[in-house]
Write a protein that binds this ligand. Sequence first.
Ligand SMILES: NC(=O)c1ccc[n+]([C@@H]2O[C@H](COP(=O)([O-])OP(=O)(O)OC[C@H]3O[C@@H](n4cnc5c(N)ncnc54)[C@H](O)[C@@H]3O)[C@@H](O)[C@H]2O)c1
Length: 270
Amino acid sequence: MAYNLLKGKKGIIFGALDEKSIAWRTALRCHEEGAQLVLTNAPVALRMGEINKLAEAVNAPVVGADVTNMDDLKKLFEEATKHFGGKVDFILHSIGMSLNVRKNKHYTEIDYGFNQKTLDISAMSLHRVLRTAWEMDAISDWGSVVALTYIAAQRVFPDYNEMADAKALLEGVARNFGYHYGVKKKVRINTVSQSPTKTTAGSGVKGFDGFVSYAEKMSPLGNASADQCADYCVTLFSDLTKMVTMQNLFHDGGFSFTGVTQAVIEQMEK
Ligand SMILES: NC(=O)c1ccc[n+]([C@@H]2O[C@H](COP(=O)([O-])OP(=O)(O)OC[C@H]3O[C@@H](n4cnc5c(N)ncnc54)[C@H](O)[C@@H]3O)[C@@H](O)[C@H]2O)c1
């Protein structure tokens, strides 16, 4: 059901790789709610061609940008503001990549060169995006920025590896830039901490299926889906959440505040 929550709003969506991507689901929901969109992803991801299907469905141009490249980001904001004929009202940062996970490096043996790249792509990229927008004054007053994160930033999930540190850094950037952008332009910046979700990035985590079923059993409401995450992002982009900023918001069916559940106790008693 659509409520016209984003009527007249203009947004940039980073990170739609295929139809499972949280960014893909969010782009569809934002479109349903009346937003105009620009889609972006790394040039290597665009070569897969999948994103063109989404672009057609939501009637949006696709602009390639490697999120670690400041020239790419500048061009992206130039093209987006030109396309919209004005500033951007919301941004979804839905980007994550771990080189050490890809190369099967254990947390205790990470390669620091890979690690720097991981932190740049997965966390400092939020700073890069915000800084570019800040310098170009490209986000409207009372605009909204959401980045996706995971609870491994607060608690240990051993196989999440260096991405746990990347998420902690990402949440720090959201808080700190959130302060400055709030003071300057009333722009709000939050992270959404999502349940494990079966996507390309998610499935890269070792033992992911076990991860998903454990979280399902540990969440009073069960795991939140990508579509439900998209719904939540829509509310954060809308005018109904104008005073929410610098927060890490758990969207996980209650997992984050549950000590144990009956389902897990029963499993342990077997
Ligand atoms: N899937 C999960 O279980 C889960 C849970 C919590 C949070 N998240 C977070 O949600 C976000 C989206 O991930 P997803 O699960 O939809 O997976 P996904 O693989 O569909 O999305 C990750 C995206 O990051 C993009 N990306 C990687 N390197 C890039 C670069 N250099 N420049 C620009 N884009 C780049 C990829 O092309 C891809 O589109 C990530 O931040 C992820 O950590 C995922």
